[in-house]
Design a protein around this ligand. Structure first.
Ligand code: ARG
Ligand code: ZN
Length: 860
């Protein structure tokens, strides 16, 4: 075999370079002989050239080629070219018509610490193939536009052997699976282990019975009921809301302990991070339950949006991810409170995506270039991708949206599609030109929508003038005007709606909306329901915000008004522009608390103050340099002032919201707990941990235990509770993750890095487990004032661990490096410290492509 030279400088892959694969691949047969160190994989590919002769290029990494045969005859090794990334057979060596190619390779699952391809987790074999993991399993055209039917045979002495599709046959030490639906390799999955199942079934709209199973390690089977319930509700919802029925006889979910991300939608065999499956009241929080519900739904919904219709290439990732996030958000909104869910989604969008869009990692929803595709599973592709679909739905209306989706499924079922295909179904079904709208997919950056008001009392005319602007982002200096759907209403002086909600479509850089025939100056409620992912800049007063906080009929904007009020006050405090918390703001919590019981979950959200990173971003956006220590102090001060002013009401609510019934994760009881714990968080600033101490002792569920623990850490009273918690949960991985996380999130900023070092030295810090690593590191980076400490100790500790982890698991490392994405916001001293750490990482010998690309972008 000739060894072609391998270049060390990774070349970017470009959207513009897309070429169809020159072969069809109808069918693939795989045989696995599983062994921890030497697993053998035999693959038989049925190929045919599409339009004349072409070289056959197959992807393959970390494979040891044992044999290769063409149409049953062993190939002379001299005919092929093998690099550490590809195997090439020249066109001249291939038949003009259909042929089969058989390979046998050996792989080493035990040595696979990157958790990509086939690997071992807690003694079981499992796979992760999206985006490019399959090439670590066998030689194959590992790209999403090559879709084949798979037959899989697994040979292993593990008791449970699973793959995609339907079971065909099984015996002692083997099992065979057949997936009737053509699929790209990234949807391949295999699991072999000592597993037990929670079983159930689902009868589809057309009357077929689907056998459902959730596979877990023995002992965990009593923690699967909620996930199973969420799965069945998801299956019913997709039928009733999108007309989408499930298409196999079985649906399997497997929970694994070591997993790089949340979960994976492999056809008929979803693989999940155990933390997104397993839940009991004692071990999981209300937030965990909510996430389990939405991720189970998300992966299930991929069966149609992702699997039946997949992506032509990885630039189109948002085609499946944006749409599937949008669908899971709709599902959760239907299953729980729509307003609360919308607020939570927007909070997450701003915290992660707006932050990304404002920094060195900004990229369009559909990027045009990447070095490592795993670095583009981002908040922009997922969450902004979902927002863009929400805007489309608003613009064409629910019926138009349904028509477009029906057309999408009709037209593209079985295909690997593009964003152009997606927009075209809307154009065709709704008779609309989406040329300008497409900028949401191709241009990065969050538009700023500036609004000024003009009131002409004599004419009774109210005018809103909108101007939009999007700042330059890396590689995109100039931006065009976006289509911005602005939902708005006008409130009269007594709070009545004098102009009911209406949709204004902004398309110009500057555009106005005029309202006539008004008898008094209205207060506008703009961007209701957060109808577009923009930064709304209003020239308005704290009094107008307080008015909306009290009266807006749109729950999102009511919450938003309170949030703006609080953020503005915090910004002023943090930069020393105010000497005391804003009395208008403090007063505004009075009516909220009086009325809190009508919607406790909503009230809880209103009581939550903007986080420190959000305040830093807002200060930076307004042209100030944020000081993390001052921000931390300002937030503590405001919380204390609110608690002092409303102590009685908070204390009363804390008692009234106590639930004596059995724990239920449903939205109602979870909302009451959220309100109760929000009150606790404020009261904790006054009672010095007294209530938290009592709650920790009596808590009957993890939601309360963990909140109490957080309060105790903040009041420096946690030593006993932390030790007790550690003893009690020593054997529970998912709970111990929380123990690490809560300590990092609430550590005093001056001691955060020291605390992190202490925790990292504990025997329980199993850093090779992604969840454990993320708990500690993610907790530190979310501790804003701790991570961005002026000493640089936070940066240093973090960089040390990124360097260490990179050799083990590049994907996790690259992902975690985003903690540094806001470094250009801060003062020169912090910038120099952060830059030095990034440079140190960049200079690491043998740094992975994944982390190399991220650090280069962070430093650009
Ligand atoms: N498709 C999966 C999901 O969103 C995520 C896969 C992420 N893969 C990766 N390499 N980052 O459900
Ligand atoms: Zn997804």
């Amino acid at each position: 075999m000739s060894d072609a030279p391998h270049s060390d400088v990774p070349q970017p892959t470009l959207l513009a370079d897309y070429r169809p694969y020159p072969f069809t691949l109808d069918h693939v047969s795989l045989t696995f002989r599983l062994a921890p160190k030497g697993t053998r994989v035999c693959a038989k590919l049925s190929l045919a050239p599409k339009d004349g002769p072409a070289d056959l290029v197959l992807d393959g990494e970390d494979l040891r080629l044992i044999s290769i045969a063409l149409d049953g005859t062993a190939l002379d090794p001299a005919t092929l070219t093998l690099t550490d990334r590809q195997l090439t057979l020249p066109a001249a060596a291939l038949p003009a018509g259909p042929f089969t190619l058989e390979t046998e390779v050996e792989i080493d699952p035990e040595a696979n610490t990157a958790l990509e391809g086939l690997y071992l987790s807690g003694g079981m074999f499992c796979t992760q193939c999206e985006a490019e993991g399959f090439r670590h399993i066998t030689y194959y055209p590992d790209r999403p536009d090559v879709m084949a039917r798979f037959d899989v045979r697994i040979e292993s002495d593990m008791p449970v052997l699973l793959s995609n599709g339907n079971p065909v046959a099984q015996g002692a030490g083997w099992a065979e699976w057949r997936d009737p639906w053509p699929k790209p390799a990234y949807l391949f999955a295999l699991v072999a282990g000592n597993l037990v199942a929670l079983r159930d079934d689902f009868i589809t709209a057309s009357g077929r019975t689907v056998d459902l199973a959730i596979w877990v390690r023995p002992g965990d089977e009593d923690r699967c009921a909620y996930a199973m319930d969420a799965l069945k509700r998801s299956m019913a919802w997709d039928e009733s809301t999108y007309g989408r029925e499930y298409d196999l006889d079985v649906f399997n979910i497997v929970a694994v302990d070591d997993f790089n991300m949340g979960a994976m939608e492999n056809k008929g065999l979803n693989i999940f991070n155990a933390k997104l499956v397993l839940a009991s009241p004692e071990t999981a929080t209300d937030t965990d339950y909510e996430r389990i519900e939405s991720v189970i739904a998300h992966e299930y919904f991929h069966n149609w949006t992702g699997n039946r219709i997949t992506c032509r290439d990885w630039f189109q990732l948002c085609l499946k991810e944006g749409l599937t996030v949008f669908r899971d958000q709709q599902f959760s909104a239907d299953e729980r409170s729509a307003a609360v869910r919308r607020i939570e989604d927007v909070l997450a969008l701003r915290a992660r995506q707006f932050r990304e869009d404002a920094g060195p990692l900004a990229h369009p929803v559909r990027p045009e270039s990447y070095v490592e595709i795993n670095n583009f599973y981002t908040a922009t592709v997922y969450e902004k991708g979902a927002e863009v679909i929400g805007m489309l739905r608003r613009l064409v209306g629910p019926e138009g949206y349904r028509r477009a989706l029906d057309l999408y499924f009709d037209r593209h079922d079985g295909q690997a599609a593009t964003i152009e295909d997606w927009l075209k179904v809307f154009e065709d079904a709704c008779d609309r030109d989406l040329t300008q709208f497409k900028r949401w997919y191709t241009e990065a950056g969050t538009p700023r929508l500036h609004v000024t008001e003009d009131w002409d009392a004599e004419a009774g005319r109210f005018t809103l003038e909108f101007t939009q602007e999007t700042a330059a982002t890396p590689g995109q200096p100039v931006k065009g005007a976006r289509v911005i759907p602005v939902e708005l209403g006008l409130l009269g002086p007594n709070g009545d709606e004098v102009q009911p909600s209406t949709l204004i479509e902004i398309t110009e850089p500057r555009q106005s909306a005029v309202f006539e025939g008004l008898s008094a100056r209205p207060v506008p409620s703009i961007l209701r329901g957060f109808s577009a992912p923009v930064i709304l800049e209003r020239e308005t007063t704290q009094a107008a915000r307080a008015f909306l906080f009290a009266h807006d009929t749109d729950p999102f904007n009511r919450w938003e008004a309170g949030r703006n009020l609080a953020r503005t006050a915090l910004m002023a405090l943090a930069r020393g522009a105010a000497t005391a918390p804003d009395p208008e703001l403090i007063a505004a919590y009075g009516p909220l608390l009086r009325d809190a019981e009508t919607d406790p979950a909503f009230a809880a959200l209103c009581l939550r103050l903007p986080g420190e990173d959000e305040i830093a971003a807002a200060l930076h956006g307004a042209g100030h340099t944020p000081d993390p220590a001052e921000i931390h102090a300002a937030r503590a001060r405001l919380a204390r002032a609110i608690a002092q002013a409303h102590e009685e009401a908070l204390a009363a609510l804390y008692i009234r919201m106590k639930d004596d019934g059995p724990y239920s994760p449903d939205a109602g009881p979870a909302g009451r707990r959220a309100l109760r714990l929000a009150c606790l968080g404020l009261l904790n600033r006054l009672d010095n941990g007294a209530r938290a101490q009592a709650l920790f002792a009596e808590a009957g569920n993890m939601t309360e235990s963990l909140s109490a623990l957080a309060c105790l850490i903040e009041t420096n009273k946690a030593a006993g509770a932390l030790a007790e918690f550690r003893d009690r949960w020593a054997g529970e991985r998912l709970v111990m993750d929380k123990w690490f996380l809560v300590q990092m999130l609430h550590a005093a900023p001056d001691r955060a890095a020291q605390e992190a070092a202490h925790l990292a030295a504990l025997p329980e810090f199993d850093w090779k487990n992604p969840n454990r690593f993320r708990s500690l590191m993610g907790g530190l980076s979310a501790n804003h004032a701790g991570f961005h400490h002026a000493s640089g100790a936070g940066y240093r500790f973090y960089a040390d661990w990124l360097i260490r982890m990179d050799a083990m698991n590049p994907q996790i490392t690259a992902r975690m490096s985003t903690a540094f994405e806001t470094w250009p916001r801060y003062d020169a001293g912090r910038q120099a410290l952060a830059r030095a750490e990034l440079q140190r990482i960049a200079a690491t010998e043998g740094l992975s492509r994944d982390t190399g690309e991220m650090v280069a972008r962070l430093l650009a």
